[in-house]
Design a protein around this ligand. Structure first.
Ligand code: 13P
Length: 340
């Protein structure tokens, strides 16, 4: 465990005005996204699309790191450089998704637990050799009638903690991602309660497994109203509730917190981050680690056509820029209109 390297990596991941691009969609998720814009989900198309994102001129001003899927980490940019080295050459830290996705949690209908601990230490050593300096593991917590259960929070927290310990031993910064889903008709208040219970369970497990909070990044969902809730919390309410929960549960010693977008609109994800980052006196830097909210427009613009690459890169650059500003509390809605 190289603590110096871990500290350096974690600090660079949440450097001022920078955040993380999540480009680690599994082939199944990629298929869904590509289908929505009429692109066939072949290995070559996945490579071309990731190459488009990573090759966006100047995006390294706002993107500190990229989370890769295993397949992408083994693919090459158009110039023949393996993607991890290609990114590192631009000053972007390569990261890797190491979980194997979710499965039904036995005896807990409607709940999931994340797989992937078997053989993880061995895989982690290989990823380090390949250039990865941080990793990601996503746990999914659903809100509904009688859920989440204690069993679900406990099982996921332990998996996250075991994963984080394995990462740190390999000198790879763990990004721990307990995602509370926004599906359902629950209120923002209920979401806040579930976030609090989830994070408490997660940090208790991290402590139990001797994980160093100085050397990890939390990737969390925001406290928003359920998608189907008739009352949708506004930007300030989301920001207040989210920060309140984080202050209650996340140690000040931690180097940073990043957010996932989780199905929020592009602009909502930016506005929420901006409102939180503008708050004074927070103990940790806040930033983004979005997949959809960074890529939606770029993917729609690309549509698998080589002739659209430049326009798609422009769309991606714009979202990265807006979120880079939001991470400093310097974004304004007018900036979106000016760009349009
Ligand atoms: P979204 O921003 O699309 O929620 O994706 C982030 C992510 O990495 C989910 O694991």
């Amino acid at each position: 465990m190289d603590k110096e390297l871990l500290s350096k990596t974690a600090a660079a991941m949440v450097a001022k005005g920078k955040g993380i691009l999540a480009a680690d969609e599994s082939s199944g998720t990629c298929e869904k996204r590509f289908k929505s814009v009429g692109v066939e989900c072949t290995e070559e198309n996945r490579r071309a699309y990731r190459g488009l994102l990573f090759g966006t001129p100047g995006v390294e001003q706002y993107v500190s790191g990229v989370i890769l899927f295993d397949e992408t980490a083994r693919q090459k940019a158009a110039d023949g450089t393996p993607f991890p080295q290609y990114l590192a050459g631009k000053g972007i830290i390569p990261g890797i998704k190491v979980d194997k996705g979710t499965v039904e949690l036995a005896l807990s209908p409607g709940e999931k637990v994340t797989d992937g601990l078997d053989g993880l230490a061995k895989r982690m050593a290989e990823y380090f050799q390949m250039g990865a300096r941080f990793a990601k593991w996503r746990a999914v917590i659903a809100i509904g009638e009688g859920i989440p259960t204690h069993a679900c929070l406990y099982a996921n927290a332990h998996a996250l903690a075991r994963y984080a310990a394995i990462c740190q031993e390999a000198s790879i910064v763990p990004v721990i991602e307990p995602e509370v889903l926004l599906d359902g008709d629950h209120t923002a208040e209920r979401s806040e309660e579930v976030h609090e219970a989830t994070l408490r369970a997660t940090y208790a497990a991290l402590a139990a497994y001797n994980v160093s909070v100085e050397h990890l990044i939390l990737k969390t969902s925001m406290v928003v109203s359920g998608k189907d809730c008739p009352r949708q919390a506004g930007v300030d309410e989301v920001a207040e509730r989210t920060v309140r929960v984080l202050k209650r549960t996340v140690p000040a010693a931690q180097p940073g917190i990043v957010f996932l977008s989780g199905g929020q609109s592009d602009e909502a994800a930016t506005a929420h981050l901006n409102a939180m980052a503008a708050m004074k006196g927070l103990p940790w830097p806040l930033s983004f680690s979005y997949s959809r909210a960074l890529q939606n427009q770029a993917l729609k613009t690309w549509r698998g056509q080589a002739g659209n690459v430049g326009a798609a890169q422009k769309a991606f650059f714009h979202r990265a820029h807006m979120n880079g500003l939001a991470a400093q509390g310097k974004w304004r809605a007018e900036l979106e209109k000016q760009a349009a």
